[in-house]
Ligand binder design. Structure first.
Ligand code: AVJ
Length: 338
């Protein structure tokens, strides 16, 4: 369902919750009936899940957030004053903390007019918008409730040039097919001067041992474990399953072959979980359910993903240790800005 906001040039704001409970039930059952059980990582983010993730971003072990923030602070003033984006569409905006750095640069450059935070969490998004409006009185803040893993309806009539930002290495949650699919859909909406601002966590390298990556998903305080297990409570609340989160353990490790962190919930003992439609899913002792993948990247991988999606890397910068990169993508086959 969509309604016109009355603000801005014909922009449309979506209302209500993305997706519905029936679709969620079917999706979760399909994943748990697969030979290798899995639950989509997008179900982690209810209010508690979003709060736990925020807590993760402040952990000493979780380097991506602070490294990305450092890169944004260092580069956004330059990139924004050169390229003068009018609109920022931010996918998976959450609390919009990182967006502020880009928005500040857009306001300072005098180019920014519009901010479109996109997120699955309606409540979170609305709070964010309410907070941002008084802080950025010169910007039109137009929240869009959407599940970015589904075909995405970006608002029509965005001012030019627009930047679409996808920060926090959230792209890493998508598998290869899902990634190219998303990138192609974004590419289809981009014009020559538009840009795609992507934050990606990098794979192991000379100054980045695998252990650094693995520690980020296995913190001492156990916040990541609580975040992982929370997905089971989300299923219990949202679709009425009877998971006992105390009977699962968190397990996260770096998979060299795919270049990604894989996160599983491992069944403690044999157990059967009931669903509201009467179906039951049995878990063997030690059986693992994959709940998240967090892909890690290098320049070659991003070049390849972009090439398959009709995009090309316009700019690439990373921190001195090679932990994290900011990528500015553009429509392929057109001249570079420099
Ligand atoms: C929000 C998907 C980027 O994969 O690093 C953090 C989520 N999961 N710790 C990530 C997450 C466990 C995070 N992303």
């Amino acid at each position: 369902m969509t309604r016109s906001t009355g603000r801005g040039a014909g922009l449309v704001e979506a209302t209500g919750r993305a997706g519905d409970d029936q679709a969620m039930l079917r999706d979760v059952l399909a994943g748990l009936r697969a030979p290798r059980k899995q639950i989509s990582s997008k179900y982690h983010y209810d209010e508690r899940g979003s709060a736990l993730f925020e807590e993760i971003t402040r952990l000493e072990e979780y380097y991506p957030t602070r490294t990305e923030r450092g890169l944004l602070e260092r580069w956004m003033p330059d990139w924004v004053s050169e390229l003068r984006p009018a609109a920022l569409v931010e996918l998976g905006a959450g609390s919009a903390e990182k967006s502020r750095i880009v928005l500040d640069a857009m306001v300072a450059a005098g180019s920014g007019t519009t901010y479109v935070p996109v997120d699955v969490s309606d409540a979170f998004l609305r709070d964010t918008a309410r907070q941002l409006r008084p802080e950025y009185p010169t910007l039109d803040v137009v929240p869009l409730v959407a599940d970015i893993s589904e075909p995405l309806d970006l608002p029509e009539g965005l001012p030019q040039p627009s930047w679409i930002a996808f920060l926090g290495s959230t792209l890493g949650n998508f598998d290869k097919v899902g990634t190219v699919d998303l990138l192609r859909r974004l590419r289809a909406r981009m014009r020559t001067d538009d840009r795609f601002l992507l934050g990606v966590d990098l794979g192991p390298g000379p100054h980045k041992p695998v252990e650094v990556i693995e520690r980020a998903y296995n913190d001492e305080a156990g916040v990541t474990e609580r975040f992982s297990l929370n997905v089971l409570s989300v299923l219990n609340h949202e679709i009425g399953t009877d998971f006992d989160p105390d009977r699962f353990r968190h397990r996260s490790f770096y998979d060299e072959e795919h270049g990604r962190i894989e996160t599983y919930l491992v069944s403690v003992g044999e157990q059967t979980v009931g669903f509201p439609d009467g179906s039951e899913i049995r878990f063997a002792d030690g059986e693992a359910v994959r709940t998240e993948i967090s892909s890690k990247y290098d320049r070659a991988t991003v070049d390849e993903l972009f090439a398959e999606s009709g995009l090309t890397v316009d700019r690439w910068i990373q921190d001195e240790l090679g932990y994290y990169a900011l990528v500015l993508g553009k429509v392929a086959g057109e001249s570079t800005t420099r």
